[in-house]
Design a protein around this ligand. Structure first.
Ligand code: NA7
Length: 508
């Protein structure tokens, strides 16, 4: 630290401010040397000979309080505190991996992604199943050949949808266990030629720049208009256009307020429902996959992209079980028993049941900060971060694409570029200014959390039980886990904090 501030100016670095340290500091300084103590604790301490003349002890083996008073007295007499850096436990993380590898980095940056901890529900009899069971997080799993197998898929989130459309052509029989239908959007997959990409590269720079100026980090943005400011035919034409283009456009180039205005949201759903129903043969299946009464607002759960998902359900070897009407009673050695008494015989069960998202990847690591408190404990009642990149009490630790960042509502790479740049610039700032420690202030963190909750409360997202809100994991605090005010605003907010000399942080 000292060397970085003024190269070669430090004569002696002492570790520890106990008796020996203070003694040595005091005397070396009298000799005219430049001396510094690094002390792990936050006050003077240790064992030392007494400044005996003026000090009277009360006991032979003085207690903590008296020792503290004694050291205050020492400081008065010798004026040593000014040359001691407290809380200087070398400011490094101690990291140990499962295989025993250790590291002592100055900074710890968690790039664990938002879906690192798979979730499998507790189902009665789950251990008794004699076939193969697997989770989509492990997909594709070597050694599992689904050809000619009877396969059950539980869950119809993005992973379920993708798995179902991929395997439907291979398996002998497919049973899909659905709790909530997915409002899937047409992907419009297509090949990209080199010539096309070479042409686009000419304006990549602008694409990269523009993505940071949009609400969700893509190269397109919401229509800058409220839903009902547009005429019905204008809306219809826009919907058709975005639907035909495919991808996330239908939700991201929609009107500004369709995730806040229930009536607007209802109209978007109607459009979606009719498009999907056109592709389904059986009215019963239509009602299950695109119900007349929607279970939650459109877009309140992450819509996924599909290619042939709906056509799968027109095939005779595919069954769709509505778990709301007919829940799973138990897993049996042969398959899955549902409440209507039917035992669905299966060779393979695929759990497409999601993740302890956003926080799970971090809390599953035993990370302990100041005072030994684990991050899991800290976030057990609700997540608290400052700017979605740090959390107080865990100095010199950063994370990205995680809690309270735009994560769920952002194009992943854009989010990572914004947060990654921020973290890199912060570390650069610290290294070049001889700073060894950065920690978010509690108050700044609380204020940031209030904003996250406020933005969440303005959105229909909170009306669905999903990984966006933690409601998909039993016992997890239900609240908005991500920043919902838009990527451009997020970028601005975290950049401003850095520009204001890391406002809201304690740096030392
Ligand atoms: P998701 O989106 O969390 O989906 C999980 C699915 O599993 C969802 O359909 C759930 O139904 C279902 N589920 C969860 N628990 C159960 C139980 N106990 N019984 C029946 N069904 C259950 O996870 P994904 O892996 O698909 O996608 C995660 C993200 O990865 C995705 O959003 C993309 O961003 C990429 P529910 O809807 O809760 O009724």
């Amino acid at each position: 630290l000292i060397d970085e501030q003024a190269p070669n100016s430090l004569d002696v670095l002492i570790v520890g401010s106990g008796f020996g340290g203070i003694w040595t500091l005091y005397h070396l300084r009298k000799l005219g040397y430049t001396v510094r103590i690094f002390e792990a604790g936050s006050a003077l301490g240790g064992i030392w000979v007494q400044l005996w003349r003026d000090w009277t002890w009360t006991e032979k083996f003085p207690g903590f309080e008296e020792l503290r008073q004694y050291f205050d007295y020492v400081d008065q007499k010798l004026d040593v505190k000014k040359d001691i850096s407290f809380n200087q436990r070398t400011e490094r993380w101690r990291v140990r991996t499962e295989d025993g590898t250790t590291a002592h980095p100055r900074f710890l940056v968690l790039c664990t992604g938002f879906a690192a901890k798979a979730y499998v529900p507790t189902l009665k009899g789950i251990e008794s199943f004699r076939g193969i069971s697997t989770h989509t997080a492990k997909w594709p799993q070597e050694g599992i050949d689904l050809k000619g197998k009877r396969v059950g898929v539980i869950g119809t989130g993005a992973s379920g949808v993708q798995t179902i459309q991929e395997i439907a052509g291979d398996v002998e029989h497919l049973t899909v266990f659905q709790r909530t239908p997915n409002f899937a959007l047409p992907m419009r997959q297509g090949k990209l030629s080199k010539a096309e990409q070479d042409k686009a590269k000419a304006f990549y720079f602008d694409i990269y720049k523009y993505r940071r100026e949009t609400g969700s980090g893509f190269m397109y943005d919401s229509i800058p208009k409220k839903f009902f400011e547009a005429t019905p035919s204008e809306r219809r034409l826009n919907f058709e256009d975005q639907w035909a283009r495919g991808g996330f456009r239908f939700v991201l180039t929609n009107y500004l307020d369709y995730m806040m205005d229930q009536a607007a949201n209802d109209e978007v759903y109607e459009f979606w429902k009719n498009k999907v129903r056109e592709r389904l043969d059986d009215p019963d299946v239509q009602e299950k996959l695109a119900p007349s009464v929607k279970p939650h607002p459109f877009g309140a759960k992450r819509p996924c992209l599909e290619q042939s998902y709906y056509e799968v359900f027109n095939k005779p070897h595919v069954d769709l079980i509505d778990l709301n009407k007919c829940p799973i009673t138990e897993v049996t050695p042969k398959g899955i028993l549902t409440a209507d008494g039917v035992e669905h015989e299966l060779d393979v069960i695929v759990f497409a049941t999601g993740f302890d998202s956003v926080t799970g990847g971090i809390t599953q690591i035993d990370i302990r900060g100041i005072g030994g408190k684990s991050i899991k404990e800290k976030w057990s009642e609700g997540v608290a971060t400052y700017l979605g990149v740090t959390t107080s009490g865990f100095p010199n630790m950063f994370f990205m694409y995680g809690p309270q960042g735009p994560t769920a509502f952002c194009n992943g790479p854009t989010c990572i570029e914004i947060q990654g740049d921020w973290v890199i610039n912060c570390i650069k700032h610290m290294m070049s200014n001889g700073l060894t420690r950065i920690d978010a202030q509690r108050e700044a963190e609380e204020e940031f959390r209030r904003k996250i909750l406020l933005y969440g409360s303005m959105s229909l997202v909170m009306k669905a039980k999903s990984w966006y809100t933690g409601a998909n994991i039993p016992g997890k605090a239900v609240e908005p886990y991500c920043y919902m005010a838009g990527v451009h605003h997020y970028d601005k907010a975290i950049t401003e904090a850095a520009e204001k000399n890391y406002e809201g942080f304690d740096l030392s």
